[in-house]
Design a protein around this ligand. Structure first.
Ligand code: PEP
Ligand code: MG
Length: 588
């Protein structure tokens, strides 16, 4: 599919993960050893650049031979054989020639040309079924990394670097990469791995960065600095766009901006259906830096504060005082609205609270969420105390993630009670009636919602996890993305069951999973009876406008029919029919 050296427009398809359009040259990050900087060289510098590569190889060879000598002195011939193999690798003509050719044809700097050739080579090796050969990939990565370190930097070369605005194309991005991304430079990103409900995609939507995941291209084949358009609405990455294509996307961008401005005018207006049912539209946040975005969105509170992102700067949760300071900022900024602080939900695809000695075979079914907190009561108490302390400053609620049964709630509440006693003794003020809620995101909790409801003040359905656990399809694995269906009959029945249990016990139910921000599904969720939708800050105005356009009675009738429907697509179509009827202009 790729057109090496040509300027033909090429389109790659992926899964749309965050809406929007980005037009900029691409910057590529593959996997394995770290990617060097990339820039274009002048044709006149070509030979010098090839020479720089050959020099780096020579230096590396000399180092390896030296190492080999040292090792022979220490431990005999056997061990040093490894280095012999490494030196041979560097003399492999097929690799050397390919790098020289890549420098000449792609006019890329020598480091990057070498890196790209090695990545291709490594990808091919990773696909070999022989485990011995596959293991050798780490040897090759080591040698390649060593060569990269040995390039002498040519300070005279003027080059374009990713400091400029670009579309990032990566094999994969961890949530921490995305959270720390330079948002002024990265106009959009596309990854080969990942799926719509990974935390990386959630962050992209929160930041308003257009994104595509599960790209049908080998990222390493994409040439850096190629002009591109990233269409986060349809999931397309277009390289070397034709002038007509560029024109089309510029127009589309303008049209979308118009819808945006119209929505802006309604920001902060009451979110009530045409027949008078009020819903709270609040926002999900990961970082305190997002608060201005949330305030601009008109959100009526924070429905989910993902505190695990406090781990971004280290492996340990900040102490009680530090947490209290951060939470106080959120509470003060959001007043008079409620802030729901979710206790640490480390693990799964998120930041680990501490590295485990043995890697987990199934991280999503393992050391995650409330399980970690209950096993670390001292750390858990610090977080609870911090939340209690800021409850004196404004409306605050506490929420526990990954609850799978009654005993986890009881143990957690017991710790809350102990923290309250301590604070009373220390004469530190807090809200003695602090609302305590739980995430419903494990099917066991949804099925037993009637048993859990009497214990808590509210439910918040975490559909991201609820879906993955219900249909047994990993939320970050693109190979099973097709099975991950928010409108699966089992999922909507669990949502209904949860809401009914809450209503029978006089408590409210919200949804804070990504499904809440998908306006194709607003009629369905409204009809099922949710009272709060907590969504990414960018989605707040849209979801609010969708609510204002709908009738609760019509949605409830549709939801009744949807609950009897046997297929996900049928359920989606029912919801979409109302969405299309009442707010076609809002749908992407
Ligand atoms: C969820 O699972 O739907 C949720 C909101 O929690 P998280 O995405 O942080 O796991
Ligand atoms: Mg979750």
């Amino acid at each position: 599919m790729h057109n090496v050296g040509s300027e033909l427009e090429t389109t790659y398809e992926g899964i749309p993960a965050s809406p929007g359009i980005a037009i900029a040259p691409v910057h590529v990050i593959a996997r394995g050893f770290s990617s060097p900087e990339i820039y274009e060289i002048l044709e006149s510098d070509l030979e010098a650049e090839q020479q720089r590569f050959l020099q780096a190889l020579e230096v590396t060879k000399r180092q390896l031979i030296e190492l080999q000598g040292k090792l022979e002195d220490l431990s005999g011939d056997n061990e040093s054989g490894i280095f012999e193999a490494h030196v041979m690798m560097l003399e492999d003509r097929s690799v050397v020639d390919r790098v020289l050719l890549a420098i000449a044809t792609r006019l890329q700097n020598a480091e990057y040309a070498f890196y790209a050739v090695m990545q291709n080579f490594l990808e091919a090796m990773r696909r070999i079924p022989d485990p011995y050969l596959r293991e050798r990939t780490s040897d090759i990565e080591d040698v390649a990394q060593r060569v990269l370190r040995n390039f002498i930097v040519d300070d005279d070369v003027r080059h374009q670097t990713p400091q400029d605005r670009h579309v990032l194309v990566a094999y994969d991005l961890a949530p921490s990469d995305t959270a720390s991304m330079n948002r002024r430079h990265v106009l959009g990103f596309a990854t080969e791995q990942g799926s719509v409900n990974s935390h990386t995609a959630i962050l992209a939507r929160a930041f308003g960065i257009p994104a595509i995941v599960g790209l049908d291209a080998a990222v390493i084949d994409i040439i850096a600095l190629t002009p591109s358009i990233l269409d986060g609405y349809s999931g397309k990455l277009i390289l070397h766009p034709k002038p007509e294509t560029l024109e089309h996307y510029r127009k589309l961008s303008l049209a979308k901006e118009k819808v945006h401005s119209a929505l802006d005018a309604m920001r902060g207006a009451a979110t009530e259906t045409v027949d008078g049912r009020a819903l709270t539209i609040s926002a999900n946040i990961e970082l305190v830096d997002d608060l201005p975005l949330v305030k601009r969105s008109g959100a009526k509170g924070i429905g989910l504060y993902r505190t695990e992102f406090l781990l971004l700067n280290g492996k340990e949760m900040p102490d009680e005082n530090h947490q209290a300071e951060v939470y106080a900022r959120v509470v003060r900024e959001m007043a008079p609205h409620t802030v729901i602080v979710r206790t640490l939900d480390a693990g799964g695809d998120k930041l680990p609270v501490e590295p485990l000695t043995d890697p987990e075979p199934n991280p999503f079914l393992g050391w995650r969420g409330i399980r970690v907190s209950l096993a670390r009561p001292a750390m858990f108490k610090e977080q609870i105390r911090a939340v209690l302390r800021v409850s004196a400053l404004g409306k605050v609620a506490l929420m526990f993630p990954m609850i799978s049964g009654l005993s986890e709630i009881r143990k957690s509440k017991e710790l809350v009670r102990r923290c309250m006693d301590e604070l009373d003794k220390e004469q530190i003020p807090f809200n003695h009636e602090l609302p305590v809620g739980i995430m419903i995101e494990v099917p066991a909790a949804a099925i037993c919602a009637d048993l859990l409801a009497p214990e808590v003040d509210f439910f918040s359905i975490g559909t991201n996890d609820l879906i993955q656990y219900t249909v047994a399809a990993d939320r970050v694995n693109p190979h099973v993305a097709d099975l991950y269906r928010p409108t699966h009959p089992a999922v909507i029945r669990l949502i209904k069951r949860t809401i009914d249990a809450a209503t029978n016990n006089g408590i409210w139910t919200g949804i804070c999973g990504e499904m809440a921000g998908d306006i194709r599904l607003t009629p369905l969720l409204l009809g099922l009876g949710v009272e709060e939708l907590s969504v990414g800050p960018q989605q707040v105005p849209r979801v609010g406008q969708a609510i204002r356009s709908l009738s609760h009675a019509a949605c409830a009738a549709m939801a009744d029919e949807a609950l009897r429907h046997p297929r996900s697509q049928g359920v989606l179509d029912l919801s979409l029919s109302l969405a299309n009827k009442h707010y076609p202009e809002l749908l992407d």
